[in-house]
Write a protein that binds this ligand. Sequence first.
Ligand code: DP6
Length: 353
Amino acid sequence: VPTLLTCTAPVNIAVIKYWGKRNEDLILPINSSLSVTLHQNQLKTTTTVASCKHFKEDRIWLNGKEVDINHPRLQSCLREIRRLARKRHSDEENNSEKLNLSQKVHICSVNNFPTAAGLASSAAGYACLVYALAKLYGVQGELSKVARQGSGSACRSMYGGFVQWIMGNRSDGKDSIAEELHPETHWPQLRILILVVSSERKPVGSSAGMQTSVKTSPLLKYRAESVVPQRMKEMVDAIGQRNFEKFAELTMKDSNQFHATCGDTYPPIFYLNDVSKRIMNMVHRYNSHYGNIKAAYTFDAGPNAVIFTLDEDVGEFIELVKEHFPPETNGELFLKGLPVSKVTLSEELKSAI
Ligand code: DP6
């Protein structure tokens, strides 16, 4: 009978972006980053791991399809968890529940959202895999270092709420870890909307994209050394004080600078499309109509928009989106993650934006 275990891990959305590695194998970043983790019941990965003495080899299925277990990053996570398990089991010699570490595992992972469309699927995926394997092998302790070796952004999905990934400066990566700044209860009014512009696979994956950016973009180097350190401090303060305007402004500026570094990469990488840009303009017009910042956008390595608002403005913002992007003009754009409440926009607002 196999030992079986199921876990879920949520997506995280970076408001200070990670882009660029200083070590490709260990996945060590050139700057710190900060993210907000979504609720477990929204965009998430569910992973089941099974181990059994009859399994002949390790195997993995993603969204129902078997994929190559020899992927280097998968192997890094498996190797690391097994190493930690061996260490723990040798520390506790009398452990009667010893799981045979030579047993093979079967892993089955599913996302409830489009994979590789710039919706942080690798983050939730590796966070979930590492957590599930750790539970299976009885490994405890700081696991974000292990998840990081699967996908950089995955280390942030090991925690809920507001999370920073401290870049660290050691060459062995031991100090490059994620850390929860505040639990989600810290800012209950904060809302996240996902505007799915396209669920197609991104043309350039994040790993390849950031590699080219590190090689070719002087703007990225400037960003990592001279912009992000200060911006991280300001973002930590803004979140600490629940200052939405500051949080929103920093979020938009950081997204824009990340996409500017993609444009500065040679050959350039474009993740935003016309719909993404229309969403950005809509947000700025909405904010300037009120004379203060009520909504913010951020975009990862894809055209889909993530919008932050406060609870009191969600309904109005959703109506605005529906007004701008009626289903008949853009069938692909839809809202995910929140119940849509009916709010009527004033004629004044409609004509202003
Ligand atoms: C734009 O974590 O997917 O979403 O470490 O190579 O797996 P690898 O990259 P990945 O990159 C995420 C980039 C981003 C910004 C972010 O989430 O911080």
